[in-house]
Design a protein around this ligand. Structure first.
Ligand code: PLP
Length: 400
């Protein structure tokens, strides 16, 4: 190391801090929630079905099943498919841990497949090498909001008699060859955590065309009980049966009111995210050492995340140094994700090791998520581009 890189000036617009993502709550949202507080139903009431119908309509799915969060949605999907001990489920190495954890909840074994280096989407050729007679399902991830290679993955799943599940937690609103995410796989899961495309604080949804799977998951979210309390009230009966071991994974009317209100603004938000992403892309076209992930031509990208790779031939700790300096400058950069098979839990329980998914591991050393949310201004983007470009230049020039 020859010299210290100069400190980065923080533009006034970064005060106090621009997070990588942020929810958008308006007076309509607040009114919608308050109205429920004054009503008879706080939890499972009429708005759960209304929100389910609205999400089914938005995604082109036949059924939508509301659950407590995106992780519960994945768990419900695994239960729906009957994943059990001895079953393998192929998952991408670059995702949030919940994508793999849901397989373990059912006693199955996640098998980690590699991702494509320019998109970080599940690579069908890696999946093909890993399918075995035990492969019961493939969970793809629409990473960063970009739909995965649905044609290739559906083809693979059907050739091997397994199910395709889409973890679409990043991708509500996205389309693949004109078809909305949520109707492209046997089951698709969504999250309504505050950083996701729309929020219910905590919340999730599973969409499907299958009547039988929808029914199984509705029971699963309510202890495996065959009727809910509203049905029993209507039927004037106290009788119910618990036919499976389920959970309390219900989403409340309060949360569904917020979700319904938010869903109306999804399209506008997605267009704003796309415009901000184009602005970042254009700026980085001039900077060879900052390489955005590639958007495939056949997709409408939801841009939950805007991810660049720092490809400068800099010091080994380039990304760490850039991350630290940007955070100090008020830019809420993040890293999505640590390859799941490298987490201590998976190394300990499944014996996964570095080297298993080389593209994922190499990408992990270079990726950085930049702030992206609908309320961001063009000036935010320009300032973040300026800070990042200066920082990468300064840190790269530090090599001795
Ligand atoms: C957020 C997320 C989940 C989990 O959703 P929660 O609502 O936080 O439980 C699962 N998979 C992916 C890819 C996610 O981004």
């Amino acid at each position: 190391m020859s010299r210290e890189a100069p400190p980065i000036r923080r533009p006034a617009v970064m005060e106090p801090y621009v997070p990588y993502s942020r929810q958008n709550i308006d007076e309509d949202d607040i009114r919608a929630v308050v109205k429920v507080l004054r009503s008879d139903w706080l939890t499972t009431g009429p708005l759960v079905e209304e929100f389910e119908r609205a999400v089914a309509a938005a995604t082109g799915a036949t059924h939508a099943v509301a659950v407590a969060n995106g992780t519960a949605a994945l768990h419900a999907a695994m239960f729906g498919l009957g994943i059990a001990p001895g079953d393998e489920v192929i998952v991408p190495a670059i995702t949030f841990a919940a994508t793999a954890n849901c397989v373990i909840y059912q006693g199955g074994t996640p098998v980690f497949a590699d991702v494509h280096p320019t998109t970080l989407l599940l690579d069908p050729t890696s999946v093909e090498r890993l399918v075995s007679p035990r492969t019961k399902a493939i969970i793809s991830v629409d990473y960063a909001g970009q739909p995965c290679d649905y044609d290739a993955l559906r083809q693979l799943a059907s050739e091997h008699g397994s199910s395709l599940v889409a973890d679409a937690c990043h991708a509500l609103g996205a389309r693949y060859k004109g078809t909305p995410v949520g109707s492209l796989a046997e089951l698709s899961t969504f999250s309504f955590h505050p950083v996701k495309p729309i929020t219910t604080a905590e919340g999730g949804m599973v969409t499907t065309h299958s009547d039988a799977l929808a029914q199984r998951m509705r029971h699963f979210r309510n202890h495996g009980i065959t009727t809910d309390h509203r049905q029993r009230e209507v039927e004037g009966s106290w009788f119910y049966e618990m036919t499976d071991l389920g959970f309390n994974y219900r989403l409340s009317d309060l949360q569904c009111a917020l979700g319904l209100s938010q869903l109306g603004r999804l399209d506008g938000w997605m267009h704003r995210r796309q415009a901000l992403a184009r602005r970042y892309d254009a700026a980085f076209a001039e900077t060879p050492e900052i390489t955005p992930l590639i958007k495939q031509p056949e997709v409408d990208h939801a841009y939950h995340l805007y991810v660049v790779k720092l490809t400068a031939d800099g010091p080994a700790k380039l990304r760490q140094e850039v991350f630290t300096r940007l955070r100090a400058a008020g830019v809420g950069v993040n890293v999505h994700y640590i390859p799941v098979h490298l987490h201590p839990y998976y190394q300990r329980t499944l014996g996964t090791r570095p080297g298993l998914c080389p593209n994922a591991e190499a990408a992990y050393e270079q990726i950085l998520s930049l702030p992206l949310f609908p309320a961001m201004t063009d000036t935010h983007v320009d300032d973040i581009v300026g800070i990042l470009t200066d920082t990468v230049g300064a840190v790269s020039s530090q090599r001795g």
